[in-house]
Design a protein around this ligand. Structure first.
Ligand code: C2E
Ligand code: CA
Ligand code: CA
Length: 515
């Protein structure tokens, strides 16, 4: 048989096989029964009408019965686990070699999952995972294998198909992302999650087995997460295997900090009233000579494990105060820079003295520095050192921002006790605030409370002009997020600032509710 005929046979085979052996064959029953009657009479009619459904009833395994056995099943979602996924991929690859079909593996990871875990109770994160599992099962075909990996990760093994190319996979990834981004109701509130996706086509896998294709899809997912949130990446041979990458990173991260590869990038915060810059938040970035820009989610835990968060804090503080001086020298008006302080930083009994000394060294007044403290740190650490430190930093004249507000359990008492100047309303309240009435009501309540307490407000993670406009109308004082700008290296801030100022002097103002 010529190669072309062989190709045609494989293609039709791949399409016809599932149709002939699936329950959809029942649609042909009336035609088959009639044909049997015309050709062979009543006995044939009876035989076909009884025997075919019986045969199918025995042969067909309903989807629920296809649940993986306990050893290959994830306890929470009932989906396959990592071993189950690998096994299915192995089978799909072997079947492909026989029948000329192909497969692919997708790895889906929820963006910011570790932050979700910190913020929500375990039952809430479990319901998010369960809901994502349900959505994945809906988007994928019945014969695809959906699996739960560790943390906020899921995997999909495509049932062998005639054509699984880049375009098909990109489209499927897009459909998965939109299904995952549907609001999830938690205690009557909408919670939004996004996903980054990496995939590997069987034809691109370094080795023709399940383990290799899954690892490759995971490497692609790491690349996607680095470019995310919400990015999609296909595996290419240049990407390193995940495990090698992880262990190398642990060794490298300490050295990177000392060699100055971990730097402060700056994300602007602007007034909703005037549009002017009211500050920059310093966010740590690992500027890796080969791997590019690595976000803090991938190295903070290593620094914490190595007890080096204090060193990071020193580096970021130094670079932020340097930036303030340079902004002043270039004629920019940047009222202040905000720095993230971890619980560990606030345990240091000399932290307030250190800040005073550093500010003096740069001839900057304390109001130019804002200390961002996570709401969870404030509530979890009702210990004397932390409380005293926050009080001293505030007495020194630095601003205190309560970060990720709304995700912990800080009370009005905490706001007063820690002399908080501003709350940073967490992105989970801000997402889709222009389209979701519940979100609007929550934000309005938070803003009213802050106004009564005479505390400023900043909305974090503002991603669209619509969200920005609604926040301004509701009376939130400041916004920060991709809608304004992403974090950028110091060198880009000067050009961005000039362009931004030109834009706001040309644009009509959004009126604030208090005006
Ligand atoms: P955070 O303090 O809540 O910082 C805001 C995070 O949201 C940043 O992520 C920022 O890039 C991201 N973000 C800003 N605007 C948007 C938006 O519109 N949409 C979305 N989806 N995200 C947005 P990043 O830089 O990856 O930092 C993650 C976390 O790492 C920070 O959360 C902070 O808790 C921690 N972190 C960053 N730098 C430092 C540091 O120097 N020291 C310490 N201890 N923690 C740091
Ligand atoms: Ca922050
Ligand atoms: Ca935050």
């Amino acid at each position: 048989m010529s190669a072309y005929l062989l190709h045609l046979r494989r293609r039709f085979g791949a399409v016809l096989y599932p149709a002939l052996y699936g329950p959809q064959i029942l649609a042909f029953m009336p035609a088959i029964t009639l044909a049997a009657y015309w050709m062979f009479g009543e006995t044939a009619l009876l035989t076909v009408a009884v025997v075919v459904p019986l045969l199918l009833a025995f042969a067909y395994v309903p989807p629920a019965a296809r649940r993986p056995p306990p050893s290959l099943r994830d306890g929470l979602t009932g989906l396959s686990n990592r071993s189950g996924l690998c096994e299915n991929l192995d089978q799909a690859i072997a079947r492909g070699a026989d029948r000329g079909t192909t497969t692919a593996c997708l790895v889906i990871t929820l963006d910011d999952f570790s932050q979700l875990q910190e913020r929500l109770n375990p039952a809430a994160t479990d319901s998010i995972l369960q809901r994502v599992a349900d959505q994945l099962a809906l988007v994928c075909r019945q014969n695809d294998t959906v699996a739960r990996l560790e943390d906020g990760g899921f995997g999909v093994a495509l049932h062998p198909m005639a054509r699984a190319d880049l375009e098909t996979l990109i489209q499927l990834s897009g459909r998965i992302q939109s299904a995952v981004s549907e609001p999830i109701s938690l205690d009557g509130r909408a919670q939004y999650v996004t996903a980054s996706i990496g995939f590997c086509l069987a034809s691109r896998s370094p080795e023709p087995n399940g383990k290799s294709i899954l690892q490759s899809a995971e490497s692609a997912m790491i690349e996607a997460r680095r470019s995310g949130p919400g990015a999609i990446r296909a595996f290419s041979a240049q990407m390193k295997p995940l495990l090698a990458e992880r262990s190398a990173q642990l060794d490298e991260v300490a050295a990177a900090l000392e060699q100055g590869q971990i730097r402060a990038w700056f994300q602007p915060q602007i007034s909703t009233d005037t549009g002017q810059v009211t500050g920059f938040e310093a966010l740590a970035r690992w500027v890796h000579p080969e791997r590019g820009i690595i976000p803090p989610a991938e190295f903070l835990s290593a620094l914490e494990a190595g007890g080096q968060l204090n060193r990071l804090n020193e580096v970021i503080l130094f670079q932020s105060l340097t930036a303030l001086r340079r902004w002043d020298q270039s004629g920019m008006t940047v009222p202040m820079v905000g720095i993230n302080f971890a619980g560990q930083d606030l345990q240091n009994p000399r932290i307030a003295d250190k800040l005073r000394w550093e500010l003096d060294r740069f001839s900057l007044t304390p109001d130019r520095l804002t200390v961002e403290i996570l709401e969870t740190v404030v509530t979890a650490m009702e210990n004397d050192v932390v409380t005293r430190n926050i009080a001293e930093i505030s007495k020194l004249g630095c601003g205190i921002d309560l970060d990720d507000f709304g995700t912990g359990t800080a009370s009005i008492r905490h706001l007063r006790q820690f002399t908080v100047n501003r709350i940073k309303i967490d992105r989970s309240f801000v997402s889709k605030v222009d389209r979701d009435h519940d979100q609007q009501r929550m934000i309005a309540a938070l803003l009213t409370m802050a106004e009564q307490l005479d505390i400023e407000t900043l909305a974090e993670g503002v991603e669209t002009a619509g969200e920005h406009a609604v926040l301004a109308q509701l009376g939130c004082n400041h916004v920060q997020g991709f809608a304004v700008a992403r974090a950028m290296p110091f060198e880009e801030t000067i050009g961005w600032y000039a362009r931004h100022n030109r834009k706001i002097s040309a644009a009509p103002k959004i009126r604030n509710k208090s005006k």
